[in-house]
Design a binder for this molecule. Structure first.
Ligand code: GLC
Ligand code: CA
Length: 544
């Protein structure tokens, strides 16, 4: 049976504004990005996920849209966009984009029309209340930065609802006209060459917000409608949810495989950081034991860091404190009482062993990995910038001016590249790492190639293996009679243990990364010897 492309792909997330500036005005753009497609293809990326690039007042990094059918003029034109998707395709890469339809910017003409006239057809596109609801102080996504979810609008003479900032008015999903418009938006971008969407804030998008629903019933049913629509227009289309789900909520979102295709695995992500902090595999094992199996054509998205804070809100309070203590001990590193606003490399003390370990876990645990731009070279963060901006600094290409991101004067850049210290662009940049065959960049390029050569990890059935060592995570993935194993030592000491590999008496295993044949012991076990924070990928097969 043909496999779905997204189940065994490598995704790479980037923000056009901060990736590469092609015309030298200080802002990244589609021309600059198109010129870096060779770089991404060379890294072994299969699909690029673009963060919002639509016209926006940029009060939430572009997640506040004023026109769903255009490119922000600072980033390029629709022509540049189409040229980019075409060239991505020529380089063997697909493109996914953000679908931000939980809310629009309050500057959007729809909201302007809605607030100005109660009789406007757009009035019903948003969520209004004449009185301030009693729970207005609850449920804000940015505690400490935004203290209400209902804001009074003088022109509308009513309160409007917003989960996020007060400049992001929530759309009313129960309105047939809004759902119809979402069909148009997705259809438009599919026509222009994208293969799918990362659905921003999905649980909030589908909630009915106390509105009359005219028999809509279960809010999750809408996902079936959206899935049917995109898949009818493009057989390959894929919906990837941003949804920080509890295990018991997972089935509602995947249905029988007829709702979303993938979802970011926030549950495992938070437990993975707890495991790294404790140097103990236990939290990862427990997190998987709690998750239900997905329908066969669905997939998790594995990730380490994103453009937001590392959200640890699903951990127990004491567990959260443990991760804070290990990876974000200073108050200025923390955000919203639940997250850490740092990049991966600094959290892990720039310890190459632990950075590789974290990546190896992301690549071998069941799911489709999503890399974040800059992590492939171990970029740092700038804690002097407010809130989540700390992890959104420009890509560091060279040791030249502005880290090679832009030829504009430094003062013209909207966000400064990191210039000083251990993570400054003179120390950390693509060009230097290209020259060094042992660099993180070259290491990652190699392991991504191996990952693609090992579809067992993306497509196989995963089982965890008991090793008797709490710091070891060992799992096997079986696909069509071939078995891949991955073993990880989360601890700071060397460990040796026997791995049951179910091989015939005269069998052997292959070390996938070292390209080496390994003999088994007489009892058919493979004796694993892992250095501190070490990892190994192995394959047992019918004879390689
Ligand atoms: C998502 C995005 C985040 C944004 C929010 C509101 O959580 O990842 O960056 O602020 O949605 O759109
Ligand atoms: Ca530019």
């Amino acid at each position: 049976m043909a496999e779905h492309w997204y189940k065994n792909a490598v995704l790479y997330c980037l923000d056009v504004k901060t990736f590469a500036d092609g015309n030298g005005d200080g802002i990244g753009d589609f021309t600059g990005l198109a010129a870096r497609l060779d770089y991404l293809a060379g890294l072994n990326v299969d699909c690029i996920w673009l963060q919002p690039f639509f016209p926006s007042p940029m009060r939430d990094n572009g997640y506040d849209i004023v026109d769903y059918y255009n490119v922000d003029p600072r980033l390029g034109t629709l022509g540049d966009f189409v040229e980019f998707t075409r060239r991505a395709k020529e380089n063997g890469m697909r493109v996914m984009i953000d679908l931000v339809v939980n809310h629009t910017s309050i500057d959007h003409p729809w909201f302007q029309a809605a607030r100005q006239d109660p009789a406007s057809p757009y009035r019903d596109w948003y969520v209004w209340s004449e009185d301030k609801p009693a729970d207005a102080h609850e449920g804000t996504v940015f505690p400490g930065k935004q203290d209400t979810t209902w804001t009074w609008d003088r022109e509308a003479k009513a309160y409007y609802f917003h989960r996020f900032y007060d400049h992001q008015a929530e759309l009313n999903i129960t309105s047939p006209a809004v759902r119809r418009e979402i069909q148009k938006v997705t259809g438009f971008w599919l026509q222009l060459g994208v293969t799918g969407f990362r659905i921003d804030a999905l649980p909030f998008l589908i909630e009915h917000k106390g509105l009359p629903t005219e028999g809509m019933g279960d809010p999750h049913a809408y996902l079936r409608e959206l899935r049917h629509h995109v898949q009818t227009l493009c057989g390959d289309a894929c919906l990837m949810a941003e949804a920080n789900l509890l295990p018991e909520e997972v089935p509602d979102y995947f249905g029988d495989g007829d709702k979303i295709h993938m979802s970011f695995n926030f549950w495992v992500n938070q437990h993975l950081f707890l495991a790294l902090a404790r140097r103990d595999a236990g939290p990862i094992l427990r997190s998987y034991a709690q998750l239900p199996a997905l329908p066969p054509w669905c997939q998790w998205n594995n990730f380490l860091r994103s453009h937001d804070e590392l959200d640890l809100g699903r951990l127990q309070k004491d567990e959260l404190q443990e991760v804070f203590a290990a990876f974000g001990p200073e108050p200025g590193m923390q955000l919203y009482g639940r997250g850490i606003r740092r990049r991966l490399a600094p959290m892990l003390g720039n310890d190459r062993r632990r950075i590789e370990l974290a990546h190896s876990l992301m690549l071998t645990l069941p799911g489709t990995p999503v890399l974040r731009y800059g992590d492939e070279i171990g970029m740092g963060d700038d804690l002097s910038l407010p809130d989540r901006e700390s992890v959104r600094t420009p890509m560091q290409w060279t040791d030249g001016a502005n880290g090679g991101f832009s030829r504009a004067d430094a003062g013209q850049l909207s966000l400064p590249p990191i210039a000083e210290g251990e993570y400054g662009y003179r120390q950390v940049n693509v060009e230097a790492q290209r020259r060094d065959s042992d660099s993180l960049l070259n290491w990652l390029e190699r392991v991504l190639r191996r990952r693609k050569e090992t579809p067992e990890f993306g497509l196989g059935e995963c089982r965890f293996i008991e090793t008797g060592r709490p710091e070891v995570l060992a799992h096997r993935c079986d696909l069509d009679g071939v078995t891949a194993f991955a073993v990880h030592n989360l601890g700071p000491r060397r460990v040796r243990f026997d791995l049951p590999v179910d091989a015939p008496a005269d069998g052997c295993v292959h070390d996938i990364l070292a390209r080496r044949r390994e003999e088994l012991q007489k009892d058919g076990h493979y004796r694993v010897d892992l250095e501190p924070y070490g990892y190994r990928w192995l394959r047992r097969d019918a004879g390689e």
